[in-house]
Design a protein around this ligand. Structure first.
Ligand SMILES: [Mn+2]
Length: 335
């Protein structure tokens, strides 16, 4: 039986990736990291933000081609494809616009990748073509992987556009960038995570200073009932008027029920930039994104050895976090 090492969002941090792979007991042979009996599953968001994005793609792609890793698409790969896909309605532009104020924001968010790969170079086109082949989620029977959220209705919509095993088409990229279509909504949920709408009085300012009229929801947390409990608004957030955010009301928020995950099969996901000590999110859900690119953050893996209860001792981090992982590793080092 294969042991799966599920690795969170890398965001262009090659030294952390190589450090984590070594810690996990993988060794480089014939140009790819491998470990007998093990396979890595990358949950997406290989690129943007970090200093060594092309190197991260090279390492991950080599593992993928060697069969020592599986890889799914994150929202950053989806955005990179959309940024590089021509808009048939405007031949001067792309499906993720380069024009106007929004285009400026999109280019700014993607600038480190564009610089490092050299925009429009053969390498850029080659990497985008590879991104297009990445599945949007993985159903492995005993475990499930999605970048942000496992939501069967949305996965069925994605299947209708992208039959499993086929690359994403231009037609899908066009439809999935058209606000309000089923394909757009499915990408929002699966790759970016479901959100709750907020009133003007409930708006908050994100760490970059932008006012937000929505908040991500903890779809994995069955114990979260009220708006305040379900919404992810960082502590000490401000309102757009610079006041301390009062928090959301303790009123039931039933709309979250549409996204709750209650199956026994565990789901692994990334995307949420957690910054505390790695902890299983629920009895059937594990987030493996602990902000590798943020100072003080770590690249994290969860080692899945077979069906059974999920446990915090399954986490392995590089650099290691305050949790003492030594005992866990000592029992599991390659001989
Ligand atoms: Mn993400």
């Amino acid at each position: 039986m294969t042991t799966y090492d599920i690795i969170g969002d890398i965001h262009g941090c090659a030294p952390e990736l190589e450090g984590l792979l070594s810690t996990l007991g993988y060794e480089q042979t014939d140009g790819a990291y491998r470990r007998a009996g093990h396979q890595v599953i990358f949950v997406g968001d290989l690129i943007d933000r970090g200093d060594s994005q092309v190197e991260v793609v090279r390492i991950v792609r080599a593992m993928h081609e060697a069969g020592s890793a599986q890889v799914i698409m994150g929202n950053h790969e989806f955005n990179a494809i959309s940024y590089a896909t021509r808009n048939p309605a405007d031949p001067d532009d792309f499906m993720r616009t380069h024009l106007g104020r929004k285009g400026g924001h999109n280019t700014h968010q993607h600038r480190h990748f564009l610089e490092q790969v050299t925009e429009d170079s053969p390498l850029h086109h080659e990497i985008i073509a590879w991104f297009r082949t990445l599945p949007l989620y993985l159903e492995l029977g005993d475990l499930r992987i999605a970048h942000a959220c496992w939501h069967p209705d949305s996965l069925a919509v994605l299947d209708s556009w992208v039959p499993p095993g086929t690359p994403v088409s231009d037609a899908f990229i066009i439809e999935a960038n058209s606000v309000g279509t089923p394909a757009f909504n499915a990408v929002e949920v699966v790759l970016k995570g479901p959100e709750m709408e907020l009133s003007e009085e409930q708006a908050w300012r994100d760490p970059e200073g932008s006012p937000r009229r929505s908040a991500r929801i903890k779809w994995w947390d069955d114990s979260a009932i009220t708006m305040r409990q379900i919404a992810m608004i960082p502590q000490s957030s401000l309102t757009p008027d610079d006041e301390p955010h009062p928090g959301l009301p303790d009123l039931p928020y039933e709309e979250a029920d549409a996204y709750r995950y209650r199956d026994a099969v565990p789901v692994f996901f990334g995307h949420y930039w957690f910054n505390e000590t790695p902890t299983v999110s629920a009895v059937n859900a594990v987030c493996v994104d602990y902000s590798a690119v943020r100072p003080g953050g770590s690249l994290v893996a969860y080692r899945w050895t077979g069906p059974g209860p999920l446990d915090d001792s399954g986490f392995i981090a590089f650099p290691s976090t305050s949790r003492d992982v030594d005992d866990h590793l000592a029992a599991d080092l390659p001989t």
